[in-house]
Design a protein around this ligand. Structure first.
Ligand SMILES: NC(=O)c1ccc[n+]([C@@H]2O[C@H](COP(=O)([O-])OP(=O)(O)OC[C@H]3O[C@@H](n4cnc5c(N)ncnc54)[C@H](O)[C@@H]3O)[C@@H](O)[C@H]2O)c1
Length: 315
């Protein structure tokens, strides 16, 4: 007997860093999954799913209402991931990022027409520069970057849908088929191994992290516990993974030999320097499973496998 409340999941941005492990997990759990993605990076990451009869792909752009139309056929719920992600990319492409992160989210809500629930991937970057150092879901948002502001606006749009869950994720780390090296731990690990040097600013700033596979697990958790979680915002991460940039470097030093230098120049645009409270989602029953050290070990192996220029630094 199939007890699933939702059977067919639409994932926007399913070919991305978070999307691919999410598609993989949901297919493995027997969900039917349709992905809509404009393949800004690569479609190769979806190849392992093509033999699965539960997988369907639509090459489309969420800015186009016409392309979204097809993706909404026979859908029970949407996991909305498609976005221009991170402050460097949104600063570089302010118009496009607004069209995708804000207007695109409005299109998804227009298609859901209140009837189809939406799980939305927001971010702790919406907190921005906060006064108290411990954030809960009720901490007033003060985003400073285009990215943080656009995601905060998108949250307001999502809240107009009849049923939704908003996840404010910690910064991801770990290996995914669509690899991102612009994320802090991934970036630090890759540079420590491949360049043997790491120059770090704001070393005492506290950041908060989550493994990308635990993000995928959080979506499965939301599908299985939707009624309990409906119409709520959750920080998604783990207090054990609230650590300073210096602590990340010290963990790396346990496994890699490299030259580490802390400097006083440079700063994070969103001035993210906070610890995040995750008790709300823990009370519903969600917990993470992968530590930073485990992530570092897999990232060290990755650095031997891929040889690419690191596009960003210190983000
Ligand atoms: N990775 C993190 O640390 C993190 C943390 C918090 C929140 N998030 C959120 O999770 C989501 C996924 O992030 P990610 O790390 O996988 O980024 P990503 O860039 O790897 O994935 C984004 C995906 O969206 C697709 N896309 C972009 N614009 C599109 C459009 N107009 N139409 C259709 N598809 C489009 C891209 O092709 C890509 O596959 C984003 O909404 C992001 O804000 C990520």
């Amino acid at each position: 007997m199939n007890k699933k409340k939702f059977k067919h999941i639409l994932i926007t941005g399913g070919a991305g860093y978070v999307g691919v492990p999410t598609v993989s997990l949901l297919l493995e759990k027997g969900y039917k999954v349709t992905v809509i993605d404009n393949l800004m990076w690569t479609g190769n990451v979806l190849l392992p799913f093509l033999s699965n009869t539960g997988f369907n792909f639509i090459k489309g752009d969420i800015r186009s209402k016409k392309e979204l139309t097809d993706s909404f056929e026979d859908i029970d719920i949407v996991i909305h991931l498609a976005a221009i992600v991170g402050f460097p990319a949104c600063r570089k492409y302010p118009k496009e990022s607004r069209e995708i992160n804000v207007d695109g989210t409005q299109h998804v809500v227009d298609f859901a027409k209140g009837k189809i629930p939406i799980i939305f991937a927001s971010t702790g970057s919406t907190y921005g520069k906060i006064i108290e150092k411990y954030c809960t879901e009720t901490t007033p948002l003060n985003p400073l970057s285009h990215y943080g502001k656009q995601k905060a606006e998108a949250e307001d749009i999502i809240k107009t849908n009849d049923s939704f869950i908003i996840y404010r994720f910690a910064t991801a780390f770990g290996v995914s088929p669509r690899m991102r090296l612009d994320l802090l731990i991934n970036d630090f690990a890759f540079r420590a191994v491949s360049e043997k040097t790491l120059i770090v600013y704001e070393k005492e700033f506290m950041r908060t992290f989550i493994h990308v596979k635990d993000m995928a697990r959080s979506f499965l958790f939301a599908l299985e516990n939707f009624d309990k979680m409906n119409k709520e915002i959750y920080n998604v991460g783990d207090e054990r993974l609230n650590v300073s940039k210096e602590e990340v470097c010290r963990l790396l030093q346990k496994y890699v030999e490299f030259y580490l230098h802390f400097v006083e120049v440079g700063h994070d645009i969103d001035q993210r320097d906070y610890m995040v409270d995750y008790s709300k989602i823990q009370k519903v029953g969600y917990d993470t499973t992968i530590s930073i050290e485990e992530g570092i070990k897999e990232l060290i192996k990755l650095s031997d496998i891929i040889k690419i220029e690191n596009p960003y630094s210190n983000v």
